[in-house]
Design a protein around this ligand. Structure first.
Ligand SMILES: [Fe+2]
Length: 479
């Protein structure tokens, strides 16, 4: 098994000019900024789950056909306290805090508020500000040019820092420039506040709310022209286990419980007045939605659907290194069709090729569209994790694949050709780990036919990361 996939990065990389193989289009200019777990040990202690690794921010800058790469660890409070103490100071998905503390110390530390998350999942850019985010509501701001960490975002809105959870993925309407998210405050019941996030600051303004029987795990939403859609999946958080997780030696993952008998609920929140209409389907688990839109009397939501949340347990590092991911562990692209008149929800499988970490042409957000790009899994003898890029035409079900043995791509991002007439006229960007060369490269594919246009190798290997964004011609980088 190729341990390089989860091997920690020991050093930050100063700004480095990369050698480009192929020809980068002249029009492509901007910064690909990615977040993801990159350090899986603290002193003699190991983090157990792939989601637990400490965040590293990566930046690939493209300008005039040239590519530069730099990286820095996110200096979150969690990272600083743990690495300076050489000890795990905070609970995470699969790792308990204070692994060697006595029961006496664990009991009393159970009453202290956990440190902010290490925010290793994604990024959110508002105006000139950019922050690392996770499924905890705390955000860690950093400088988009230098990648130096600025510190936790201090909220002065009515929610302050009291709400523990919000999804790593906000929804964005490119036509209205509105950004949507939800804040969760778990208690004996689930309390969810639906918010719009200011485009110039990170302040949050409520436009609706929901009280649910329990707090449930959420990571992304869907958005149409009229509705913000909060999908309540039956993965319940036991708040008492969470509060006493140190004392009980329970990581976050072990506080979540699958209750399929409750089904999955689609809460359609009116974007104007916050009114909520709820529709129920058979149970499923998901991390990521793709796109959503309205058509006649239907609300249509495409998403990467799992039968249950067992993939979370499959992502423990020991298990991954031992078994790798299996095709049956992966999600498939589904379309949820909500009939607003008769109240039914049909779940329709769009493809049988595994796909997650999806993306699409954002100019088609909230509109009918054709193409989904994502990370897939080709079953081979030595398969470990997602190993191919996939493009699915949701109308014709035509599929295109980029696969090369020993290469592990990351989330593909679509960048449209300026003035393009067709939805898939553009470039796919993905960072690929090349096991044979022991390093990673930025890959550029023609989004239309999935042929390779160019690649640029970084001087280091990058563990497979999570999410990123490409910011095109929005600012001038200072190297
Ligand atoms: Fe995600």
């Amino acid at each position: 098994m190729d341990s390089l996939i989860y091997k920690s990065i020991e050093k930050e990389t100063p700004n480095s000019k990369l050698t480009v193989e192929g020809q980068i289009p002249e029009w492509l200019s901007g910064d690909l900024i990615r977040n993801g777990p990159a350090k899986f040990e603290v002193g003699d202690y190991k983090l157990n789950h792939w989601f637990d690794g400490y965040s590293m921010i990566h930046k690939f800058s493209i300008q005039d056909g040239k590519v530069y790469y730099k990286s820095k660890f996110l200096q979150s409070n969690d990272y600083i306290k743990s690495t300076s103490a050489n000890y795990i100071k905070n609970r995470s998905w699969g790792t308990v805090a204070d692994p060697c503390a006595s029961i006496f110390n664990k009991f009393f530390s159970a009453f202290t508020k956990p440190e902010a998350s290490n925010a290793s999942v994604s990024i959110l850019k508002n105006g000139n500000r950019i922050a690392a985010v996770s499924d905890f509501s705390s955000m860690v701001e950093f400088d988009i040019n230098t990648l130096e960490t600025k510190g936790d975002v201090k909220f002065s809105d009515q929610f302050g820092n009291d709400y523990m959870f919000s999804a790593a993925h906000s929804c964005y309407d490119p036509d209205t420039k509105e950004i949507f998210n939800c804040l969760g405050k778990p208690g004996p019941k689930g309390n969810f506040s639906f918010v719009k996030i200011s485009e110039s600051t990170f302040e949050r303004k409520p436009f609706g709310s929901l009280s649910a029987p329990k707090h449930t795990y959420f990571h992304s939403y869907a958005l149409t022209k009229n509705y913000f859609i909060f999908i309540e999946q039956p993965l319940e958080l036991n708040i008492w286990q969470l509060m006493f997780s140190r004392f009980l030696n329970r990581p976050y993952e072990a506080c979540l419980h699958w209750k399929p008998e409750n089904g999955t609920k689609f809460h359609l929140v009116n974007r104007l007045n916050g009114e909520v209409k709820t529709f129920k389907s058979t149970p499923f688990f998901f991390f990521h939605t793709v796109n959503a839109f309205e058509e006649a009397n239907e609300v249509i939501i495409d998403l990467c659907l799992y039968n249950d949340p067992s993939v979370i347990k499959d992502l423990y590092l020991d298990k991954l290194k031992q078994n790798g991911l299996k095709k049956e562990s992966m999600s498939l692209l589904y379309r949820a069709k909500i009939n607003l008149e008769i109240g039914t929800v049909d779940l329709i499988q769009l493809s049988d090729i595994p796909l997650d970490l999806p993306s699409f042409n954002m100019t088609r957000a909230c509109k009918s569209y054709n193409y989904v790009y994502g990370l897939g899994l080709k079953e081979t003898e030595d398969i470990e994790v997602n190993n191919q890029l996939v493009k699915i035409d949701v109308r014709s079900e035509d599929i295109k694949v980029w696969y090369h043995k020993g290469m592990y791509p990351s989330e593909p991002l679509f960048v449209g050709t300026p003035g393009s007439a067709s939805e898939d006229d553009g470039i796919i960007l993905s960072v690929v780990l090349d096991i044979q060369k022991q390093s990673s490269f930025l890959l550029l594919l023609n989004a239309s036919d999935f042929t390779e246009i160019a690649r640029a190798y970084a001087p280091v290997h990058l563990p497979i990361g999570l999410h990123g964004m490409f910011y095109q011609n929005k600012h001038t980088s200072k190297f």
